[in-house]
Ligand binder design. Structure first.
Ligand SMILES: [Zn+2]
Length: 341
């Protein structure tokens, strides 16, 4: 991904990931003991609590994020909040003065920081934490390339910590604080939609279905943690395509990771993309970057190989310009199925 102007990048990231957390479960004031405990649990995921004192942790958050109030109310010397709503120059002034060893922020803000290359002015930095939405693999690659320090992901939904990565980069479900049920959609390959009962926050006991598909790891993680290890998140349920299986005609799911895998191969050429399944036999692709006829052909051939490998009928593939891509609501998704199953 090439450098973009900050304004354009901010707009893109705001649409793609959103920059705010839910306010439903964490009121703006009256920080309760339960919320402080919840924050301690979050800190323990970032660093073992006995080592926290040796770190200087900067949380880069919007001032109206409920987490901002919790952190500032705790008055910890080695934890500081930096407001993302203030000017970029002020953010950098604070970061430079504070010289954090750990920076925690949303995937969108981290991607923005990575793209400006200014994190290189933070020599003490030894870890960054993407907190909130799950990172798109293309964005993760970009952050890791630019920042060159270990990246941890903590996936949260409505202030519930769903999963976090261990030192081996494996995403583990936070089974200490939540109960996980699996709605299997592809049991052979261990793909399921998680149903969560959250016991960790003000939502205690609330049960709901996530709109993400997880793929469980078939082998234990090297860290030996007992919590369920995930191979990956396959993406949002709306991102799952369906095509007729060869021979039977039965509809078979085609997971976003297959498509991402195909596009990652050309990550050095493709800045951004969108792929929409219009009908059972037609998909539409918009590419942005160093695009030419050869790349169109390569992407098409790669996808056709994937359709073949998955034993589904190959749909027709149309290419459109990136400017013509579909933005149907306030969420810009790289993949979307346009019809309801
Ligand atoms: Zn692990």
């Amino acid at each position: 991904m090439q450098r973009k102007s900050l304004g354009v990048l901010y707009h893109y990231l705001q649409n793609k990931y959103g920059l705010k957390f839910s306010r439903e479960s964490l009121p703006q004031s009256n920080i309760s003991e339960k919320q402080r405990l919840w924050f301690r649990q979050l800190l323990a995921m970032i660093q073992p609590l006995k080592e926290i004192r040796r770190q200087r942790i900067a949380f880069m958050l919007n001032r109206d994020n409920p987490l901002f109030d919790i952190i500032t109310s705790m008055v910890e010397e080695n934890i500081q909040c930096i407001d993302l709503l203030q000017s970029h120059a002020n953010q950098w002034q604070q970061l430079n003065k504070y010289q954090p060893t750990v920076v925690v922020s949303s995937p969108s803000a981290l991607l923005m920081l990575a793209m400006t290359d200014e994190m290189k002015a933070l020599p003490m930095l030894n870890k960054i934490v993407a907190l909130g939405a799950l990172l798109d693999p293309l964005d993760q690659q970009c952050i890791e390339k630019h920042l060159s320090v270990p990246l941890q992901q903590i996936y949260m939904h409505q202030n519930c910590i769903i999963a976090s990565t261990c030192r081996y980069g494996t995403l583990h479900v936070n089974e200490t604080n939540l109960e996980l049920e699996k709605e299997w959609i592809d049991p052979v390959n261990k793909r399921f939609i998680p149903i969560i009962t959250d016991f960790s926050s003000e939502n205690s006991g609330k049960r709901y279905k996530l709109q993400n598909v997880f793929k469980a790891k078939t082998q234990a993680c090297a860290c030996k943690a007992p919590e369920l290890a995930l191979e990956k998140s396959e993406g949002h349920c709306e991102e799952i395509f369906y095509f007729p299986e060869k021979g039977s005609g039965k509809l078979k799911p085609f997971f976003p990771s297959f498509v991402r895998q195909a596009f990652m191969r050309y990550a050095h050429l493709i800045q951004d993309y969108q792929i929409i399944q219009l009908t059972l036999d037609r998909v539409q692709i918009a590419l942005k970057g160093e695009i030419d006829e050869r790349l169109f052909r390569q992407v098409k051939e790669r996808l056709e190989d994937l359709f073949l490998m998955q034993h589904v009928d190959s749909p027709a593939i149309d290419f459109i310009s990136f400017e013509e891509r579909k933005v149907t609501d306030d969420q810009v998704r790289r993949m979307r199925r346009q019809f309801i199953m």
